[in-house]
Write a protein that binds this ligand. Structure first.
Ligand SMILES: [Zn+2]
Length: 237
């Protein structure tokens, strides 16, 4: 399967490209917006070319790179293996976090997206430390237990689990070290930790508060006659 830039500059794909969009999150088709010219390709004969697409869902531009496979008299053949230039940004409910924690976590996730894994691990640790700065030792232990639970639920092997626990809760004088595989586990574990600590807690508190408010309201608005009627119907039903 290939992509062709034909002599008349038409752009031809043997099949459409569909990717998750970093802007809108939709799994949408990529529609060619700016493609290399046949004449320029024949003149410069590059190994790689850049193509601009637009997301069919949100219209944002998407920048991709393709390898040139062959220069033919009537067309230039490009590989279908398109490399995304713009990295996918990690999504999270940042609005629930306190400012310091939000800043560190955003930078941590950006480092992960950029493939800077030591920086990602280090910033994740700093985000945990910032979140637990004023917390008592029991809360810190609870976070550590939550991490263990998550790794156990996800059936992560013992060596990786120990290494990740050391990254987030270990000796702060020892620089964390994670490979791509451990980092892939770590990012999901970190998201879950912060989700539990901030997002889930806030949502749960709000939901309970609303329900209790309506129970209170209902009780306050019942007149003595209505209360007597309810009692009678409860007895007869
Ligand atoms: Zn989009």
């Amino acid at each position: 399967m290939s992509i062709y830039v034909n002599k008349n500059n038409s752009f031809e794909q043997s099949e459409t490209t569909t990717r998750e969009c970093p802007h809108c999150g939709a799994h949408a088709q990529l529609i060619p917006l700016a493609t290399p010219s046949f004449e320029e390709l024949q003149r410069a004969r590059p190994q790689h070319v850049g193509i601009v697409f637009r997301c069919a869902s949100c219209n944002e531009p998407r920048f991709l790179r393709a390898t040139v496979r062959a220069f033919e008299p009537e067309r230039v053949e490009l590989s279908m293996n398109l490399i995304e230039i713009e990295r996918l940004r990690e999504r999270f409910h940042y609005g629930y976090l306190v400012e310091d924690v939000e800043r560190l976590l955003r930078e941590a996730f950006d480092c992960y997206s950029a493939g800077c894994l030591t920086a990602f691990a280090l910033l994740s640790r700093l985000a945990v430390d910032a979140a637990l700065e004023k917390a008592d030792p029991a809360t810190r232990r609870r976070w550590q237990d939550s991490l263990r639970d998550v790794l156990q639920i996800a059936e992560v092997d013992a060596d990786t689990s120990r290494a990740l626990e050391a990254v987030l809760f270990g000796d702060s004088n020892v620089a964390p070290s994670v490979g791509p595989d451990a980092a892939a586990v770590l990012i999901e574990a970190v998201k879950d930790l912060f989700y539990q600590a901030y997002v889930r807690t806030a949502k749960l508190r709000a939901a309970m508060k609303v329900r209790r408010y309506f129970v209170d309201e209902a009780l306050r608005n019942v007149t003595p006659i209505e209360r007597a009627r309810r009692d009678t119907s409860a007895k007869t039903s």
